[in-house]
Design a protein around this ligand. Structure first.
Ligand code: UTP
Length: 494
């Protein structure tokens, strides 16, 4: 066969292949009224066609249709009637305490010493690892990089991820062990996070102690029509599938096997945007162990019934988080005889998991419900114009990690003082709360408290930052600072 005849045959074969692909996709999409996403097909290159076909293939269109109608997902139980559930709820099993550090040296709860010892023993035995999720797009913050790169250190401008890693290193050094970090990224954050960590040599974390894995995605749909949105002519708008996507991603990446192979039996879970998390807090770990809990959570005491945090409740002996938006006012306002809120425990996304539990529920990960949110999603219209909506135009679907709680046995909720553990970075400068300015003020207040508890004299306006490598908590500060030492101006203790 001549070269030109061979070429013609090859082109014909390729055309047949893409024509077949097109007609198969069209048939499939038409069934769900989503055929509009093939609008630009003729103008796409072969690799763009293949990419779009892969994306379509990965979506369960029947499930998506069900979600748009208000369901909670194919494998999930039917949508919950939160108001009805909240009215049957009781407060969950909790450990009350007022402070995890010595600033507000309130009474420690019964069992605190024993829990501390038990947690320290688990840490010293190398049984604890850290699970840090950093896959979110950080849309409210408006930062052009993954949130983990945000320079939050009030004096040092250390990034969020540096602060978390330094805590892990300091804890590992305290107990003379390796503490592996399981870091979850998403397609939106992966590459930059990896490059950033490489450039900074993982801030000192040994390469063997870092396992990075990537979570899955979900498409967004137009809020009024339920139609899929395109971000490019050959690509759907996809966003990370929520921190509940951690469970499936842990399993798929074989992180669970890695942990079990190292003898790591518990994972301390945190989210990238809160630099106040007391990573691997020994007392919290100890309570988890003493109660033989499979999943435990830290909680803060709500100040007002309508505080914007999820509510820990117990329903039929299972622990649940009911989001503030779904928690009816009459239940939120219930009071104890002493006037305090009956449902006082607010969720702050800090948990401990048994690795064996994560392994068990990985099989159920498809059964975790999806939560729907209205968001602003830029998209291509049918003329190929990029539209930047001014108000929420789309529905996004996410799974939430706290929906694992009802699956867990012996859950225990442990109270912490908000100012010690909770300072999430969510919003761009100028917002009323959860901005970098707020988070930095919380960090500085914490460092002031630690220094004063050690007998130092700290000027009120002093910009002081303490690296976790210098001190992890007030106990470390007492060992390193002479009483009477004066702190004023700007100082970074490292
Ligand atoms: P948020 O739900 O607050 O999202 O996530 P976000 O990405 O930080 O910010 P917005 O809502 O887009 O403005 C809380 C934590 O969970 C992680 C985030 O990285 C953050 O640390 N997360 C969220 C994931 O790892 N994956 C997700 O799919 C969603």
């Amino acid at each position: 066969m001549s070269r030109s005849a061979w070429l013609i045959q090859r082109i014909a074969r390729e055309r047949l292949k893409t024509d077949t692909m097109y007609s198969q996709l069209l048939t499939h999409l038409t069934k769900y009224n989503q055929q509009h996403i093939l609008h630009f097909w003729d103008a796409l290159s072969e690799s763009e066609r293949a990419q779009l076909a892969r994306q379509i293939d990965a979506i369960d269109l029947a499930e998506l249709a069900q979600l748009v109608r208000g369901g909670s997902g194919r494998g999930a139980a039917k949508s919950n009637d939160w108001a009805e559930m909240a009215r049957r709820a009781k407060p969950p099993r909790t450990i009350r305490r007022t402070s995890m550090d010595s600033r507000n040296a309130g009474p420690r709860p019964v069992g605190a010493e024993e829990a501390q010892e038990r947690g320290e023993a688990a840490l010293a035995a190398g049984e604890v690892g850290v699970l840090l999720v950093a896959g979110g797009q950080g849309t409210r913050l408006g930062f052009t990089h993954p949130k983990g790169l945000y320079p939050i250190g009030p004096v040092s401008s250390a990034s969020l991820i540096q602060i978390h890693i330094e805590k892990i290193l300091a804890i590992a050094a305290r107990y003379g062990v390796h503490i592996p970090l399981y870091l979850m990224t998403s397609p939106a954050t992966h590459e930059e996070t990896v490059v950033f960590l490489d450039c900074h040599e993982r801030f000192g974390l040994p390469a063997d102690d870092l396992l990075i894995f990537t979570q899955g995605t979900m498409p967004a749909v137009d809020a009024s029509t339920g139609k899929l949105l395109l971000s490019e002519p050959g690509s759907l708008f996809l966003s990370p599938n929520g921190h509940g996507g951690t469970v499936a991603a842990l399993k798929e990446s074989r992180a669970i096997e890695d942990a079990l192979g190292r003898g790591v039996q518990r994972l301390f879970y945190l989210q990238i945007d809160n630099p106040l998390v007391p990573i691997c807090d020994a007392e919290f770990i100890g309570h988890h162990l003493l109660h033989r809990s499979e999943m435990s959570s830290l909680a803060i005491r709500k100040k007002n019934p309508d505080d914007k945090v999820g509510n820990f409740v117990s329903i039929d002996d299972q622990t649940w988080v009911i989001e503030y938006i779904d928690f009816p006012g009459d239940v939120a306002n219930q009071r104890e005889p002493d006037g305090s809120l009956r449902f006082w425990a607010g969720s702050i996304a800090i948990h401990i998991f048994d690795v064996a539990f994560l392994d068990r529920v990985a099989m159920l990960s498809d059964a975790l419900p999806f939560h729907m949110a209205r968001k602003k999603v830029p998209y291509l219209d049918k003329n190929g114009r990029r539209i930047q909506p001014r108000s929420p135009n789309a529905l996004k679907f996410e799974r939430f990690i706290f929906d694992l709680l009802p699956e867990a046995r012996n859950t225990i909720i442990v109270e912490a003082a908000a100012e010690d553990v909770f300072g999430p970075l969510k919003n761009a400068p100028g917002a009323g709360q959860d901005t970098a300015e707020h988070v930095q003020a919380l960090l500085v207040a914490q460092y002031h408290g630690w220094l004063r508890a050690a007998g130092a004299v700290v000027a009120d306006g002093a910009a002081i930052e303490i690296s976790p490598l210098f001190a992890l908590d007030p106990r470390d500060v007492r060992e390193r600072i002479q009483p009477g030492t004066v702190f004023e101006g700007r100082q970074y203790l490292r």
